[in-house]
Design a protein around this ligand. Structure first.
Ligand code: FAI
Length: 189
């Protein structure tokens, strides 16, 4: 099954995987703690605005993960002191679903002192507090739903979501929060 990009978050841990049929030549790089999805050196050029973005940003004791440019305003709102629910709802609604051929939803999660997951689709804005591992994906599994995440470290979280059976894995990040924020990246070989 192909579910596109997806997030799994639980209190203290989260992961994001890029799966892609159309733009598989991508990787994640760590730029001083901000993790960025972008093209590999051999990727064909594209003017698609949705394939390069910060997919993880840390704000004090929290981390924001997501599938597009909304990660930045969510992080900025957390920095301003917004509750996670409000930061997600405002930024997702402001940017709305992607205006591409699929009306691709924006998905995001906040892990830290509060744990939340959210998505904005062409028919819904959903933002939920999370107390057990929860997934949301761009396609098929496009509403937050319980999903086991068998991982305790950032490395395990990234590897676990990368290795899940969903089709077309490209790259993944994992994050844990607590006394400090730990992140990990898995890129295709
Ligand atoms: N965030 C991403 O990494 C990302 N990659 C691709 N998209 C969008 O989703 C469309 C479908 O991509 P795909 O066939 O790879 O699932 C692309 O044309 C693009 O508009 C993305 N946008 C949202 O998920």
């Amino acid at each position: 099954m192909y579910i596109g990009r997806f997030i799994v978050v639980a209190p203290g841990i989260g992961a994001y995987r890029v799966s892609s049929r159309s733009f598989p030549n991508r990787q994640i790089t760590d730029r001083s703690g901000t993790l960025t999805v972008g093209p590999t050196a051999d990727a064909p050029e594209t003017d698609n605005p949705y394939v390069s973005y910060n997919c993880l940003r840390s704000v004090e004791d929290s981390a924001v993960i997501g599938n597009g440019s909304h990660v930045d305003p969510i992080a900025e709102k957390l920095k301003l002191g917004y509750p996670a629910r409000d930061a997600l709802a405002e930024a997702l609604l402001a940017l709305d679903y992607e205006k591409d051929d699929y009306d691709t939803p924006r998905i995001a999660g906040v892990v830290g002192s509060e744990t939340y997951i959210g998505t904005v689709r062409n028919d819904a804005l959903l933002v939920r507090s999370v107390s057990e591992p929860t997934i949301v994906a761009t396609y098929e599994r496009d509403s937050p739903d319980a999903f086991a995440l068998d991982a305790e470290t950032a490395e395990e979280a990234a590897r676990t979501v990368y290795d899940l059976e969903f089709e077309h894995p490209v790259c993944a990040v994992g994050v844990t929060t607590g006394t400090e924020i730990e992140t990990a990246i898995v890129n295709s070989d």
